[in-house]
Design a protein around this ligand. Structure first.
Ligand SMILES: N[C@@H](CCC(=O)N[C@@H](CS)C(=O)NCC(=O)O)C(=O)O
Length: 208
């Protein structure tokens, strides 16, 4: 097994979290390098695209969250070997990335602008993506997004829905997923209650 170091910000979510979860579920040891906000500007120039997550594999560097998810998914058997099922996984992970990028664009806006942009997202794109992800889930059997088993796509959607439901996003009602995509929320609950996911958060002292 290669020597792995996963670098991401020091919180329990975001683009680096699916890979942390996958490696933990797969029982693959890795250095969990968590960057404090105060250290980021000094470290940013050393990353391939000035952003995190970054995965080091035997000293070689890989950026882009979904590329990292696919790579760790292959190491952990959480990415399908069948080409079509793998493509379904990619579709879902890229869809989450599309909406995540729009939400992330509001993070550092002045308050009034942030409020206006988030209101627009809540009235259109976020419910749209929740509903369409739910449709894709149901089209593939309703339990998992691909291959009828847990994959990195499930982990990526789980992390996004978890973020929405956490209530930490100002102007984004925490009950939005429940209101527009109840069966996607059931998927979120199923992943959350997977004993391996529970074990990961218990290890990090995260409750709820
Ligand atoms: N497309 C990239 C986006 C990476 C990205 O924007 N990461 C954010 C954190 S989730 C970041 O590093 N922000 C800090 C910065 O851009 O300075 C990916 O999927 O990894």
């Amino acid at each position: 097994m290669p020597k792995l170091k996963l670098t991401y910000f020091d919180f329990h979510g975001g683009r680096g979290e699916p890979a942390r979860l996958a490696l933990s579920i797969g029982g693959i040891p890795f250095e969990d390098d968590r960057v404090a906000p105060s250290d980021w500007q000094a470290r940013k120039p050393d990353t391939p695209f000035g952003a995190l997550p970054v995965l080091e594999v035997d000293g070689r560097t890989l950026a882009q969250s979904n590329a990292i998810n696919r790579y760790v998914g292959k190491l952990t058997d959480l990415y399908p070997s069948d080409a079509w099922q793998a493509a379904l996984c990619d579709e879902v992970m890229d869809a989450v990335e599309d909406i995540n990028t729009r939400l992330a664009g509001t993070f550092f806006l002045p308050e009034e602008e942030k409020k206006a942009q988030r209101k627009a997202l809540v009235e259109g794109p976020i419910p749209f993506y929740l509903a369409r992800l739910q449709q894709r889930l149901e089209a593939h059997g309703g339990r998992f997004f691909a291959a009828d088993r847990l994959t990195v796509a499930d982990l990526k959607v789980f992390v996004w829905v978890r973020h929405l439901k956490s209530g930490v996003l100002d102007h984004v009602p925490a009950d939005l997923p429940d209101r527009v995509a109840a069966r996607l929320v059931e998927h979120y609950e199923r992943i959350k209650n997977d004993p391996r996911v529970r074990a990961y958060y218990a290890k990090h002292g995260v409750t709820g």
